[in-house]
Design a protein around this ligand. Sequence first.
Ligand code: NAD
Length: 259
Amino acid sequence: MEKQIKKVVEILAKAKNVVALTGAGMSTESGIPDFRSPGGLWTKIDPGEFSIDRFLQNPSRFWRLNLRLKQSGEFDLASAKPNPAHLALAQMERLNILKCLITQNIDNLHQRAGSVEVVEFHGNFLRAVCLKCKALEPIDDVEERIMSGQEETPRCLKCGGVLKPDAIFFGEAIPSRALMISQIQSQKCDVLLVIGTSLQVFPAAQIPIAVKIKAPPATVIEINREPSALHEQVSDMLLIGSASEIMTKIINRLEGELS
Ligand code: NAD
């Protein structure tokens, strides 16, 4: 592992355009379960609950489930705090090495760690969006109205439309701006850091494929507890282990190298 860390630092120090693609594994050490690991969210609830069709059939049912997951601590994004892996990526941006961070996460932890150039590929679950007028509200406020019994299906304060968490549900399109920026960044990047994602969810998993088929291809460095579904196809380096431990080692060495 030490040899690999040294090599990664050499690559990052020389790179001109580093982009990161992160997934749920980034936040497991902040206490938020991922989907597919043992004990992950899909072992507890049916993924269909997060489909847009089921949400539209019965929004109040989803909001009740959301509150139950939050109150039981099974999926409580608001109480989670950034971990050393989030902080390392924010520091890498401050050092002007990381140029863009594309996250599949919906937990806002990169932003809270201080990352600025964040592309929210799957939206943000800390906001609610009105399905009619697109107005946004903090999800805490919406949940407050449900908990106090004011509403079962929360409604937009401006137009009365149904509110939904501003994260992408199965069956919904990726926000077009996020898709566009990701495509541009994929073309520009020379090193892609892939952290804590199983690369089973498309089109996000298309990003490492895109950076490998362009000319010249980018170097892909994968950091995961388990190898991703695409590691043989896309990853030039595979570092197996905890994202926060590995990223802490990388940022410490990188800072030493640059000072
Ligand atoms: P996934 O559950 O499919 O895969 C998680 C990956 O992270 C696995 O490869 C696992 O080995 C790895 N991993 C887990 N803990 C790790 C750790 N501490 N260090 C290093 N690697 C670790 O997640 P995905 O690929 O992101 O796809 C799931 C989808 O679910 C995403 O679209 C995401 O939007 C959503 N999701 C988000 C959150 C969140 O915002 N925190 C949580 C759950 C799911």
